[in-house]
Design a protein around this ligand. Sequence first.
Ligand code: HEM
Length: 408
Amino acid sequence: MATTETRLDIDLGDHALWTDGPPYELFARLRAEQPVHWSPNERYPGEGGFWSLTRAADVHAATRDFKTFSSERRGIFLVDDFGLPLDMQRLQMISMDPPRHDRMKQLVGKAFTPKRIALHEEAVRTIVREVLDRFVDRDGCDLAVEVARPIPARVIGSLLGTPEEDDARLVHWTNVATAFEDPEVRSGWDDTQTEFLQIVAYIEEVREARAQDPGTDLLSALITAEVDGEHLEPFEIATFFILLLAAGNDSTRATYLATMRALIEHPEQRQALIDDPSLIPAAVEEGLRCFPAFGFMGRATTEETEIGGVTIPAGDRVLLWYIASNRDPEVFDDPEAFDIHRAGLDKHQAFGAGGRHFCLGASLARMELRIWIEETLARFPDMALDGKGERMRSLFLNQWKSMPVTLR
Ligand code: HEM
């Protein structure tokens, strides 16, 4: 319930505002005029509305204050129940608060340090090359479907130790879970339960096989790992596995597509990268800044609190909008422009704004995106858009569903 007069009388949950992607102009107005804003979320009756934070400083402060802004109380989406009840969501670390969250992160964090991730660099390059090689004789393709799906799926599959022939169905299962706002991807709430149980059954099979014969993959590590002297329950392993699949697939796919699109639209910047590939890490950061893969992460207040003179009651949902905070003119000059040469790129919040839940896969994502863009530019320096493409219908996933391109 809003406790201040709503000046910008809009519902950010209204999909009509999002048909051409995130409404950046509207977010600029909110940031300037009403940085703590209430939306009734009428699309989901019974779920209640949500507050929006759009300034980088507010997103940062709320992220650091996990005692007031809980990930566990109402999960991270714009609804409590997207087919998966809160009790089940809370088995995933992204929807846990400390101390439970800290224990999980400590357990799995070791596998994701920059040093450990660097060991996978050659394997990632081989995966990227193998997929891009499929297109050497082709004039065009759907970059979103034919390239941006298989690559991250194989990267995360190879880390987890699942076979390549299972990639497509694992991606399908995770899409049904995270792209729940798009009716083309998911027809109804019940789908999620069915798909979720299928994926749990799948993981259970793999888990049993690994328990008999452990390997060096991440899944084996999770099975044998101990937290406070206890092993993870099978269900905890399954839900973490699903989180890794979803976080690892949706995110790098979205960032790659949006960054490639921006490079096609700014040929002089693309040429600069072709001439000097050492600039590619900066292009990756600018892609992350301009087009954060996740539009927001949600929190819920544990007690009444005040931000910028606005009182937020206890138990309300608060969305931390990275797609707005990453374009905050207090942090970035000319924030709406895509510019691989800009200063201060380390200040973006695409992986979260610091704090306990900061993205576990940031090093992996950075390495994967760098290699992926390097290899794409080396093979297809003249790639061009071949039609408008199609957006995922979602506030949470900032993603292209289809992106037809010509390759030469
Ligand atoms: C471009 C790529 C990526 C982006 C933009 C991204 C973004 C994010 C964001 C915004 C969060 C939540 C931060 C918060 O609530 O404070 C997060 C958490 C997380 N990400 Fe990523 N991510 C990416 C890639 C990956 C990859 C490749 C993996 C793993 C394979 C991964 C695994 C996770 C996990 C496990 C969490 C939960 C961490 C926690 O709760 O402590 N992410 N990510």
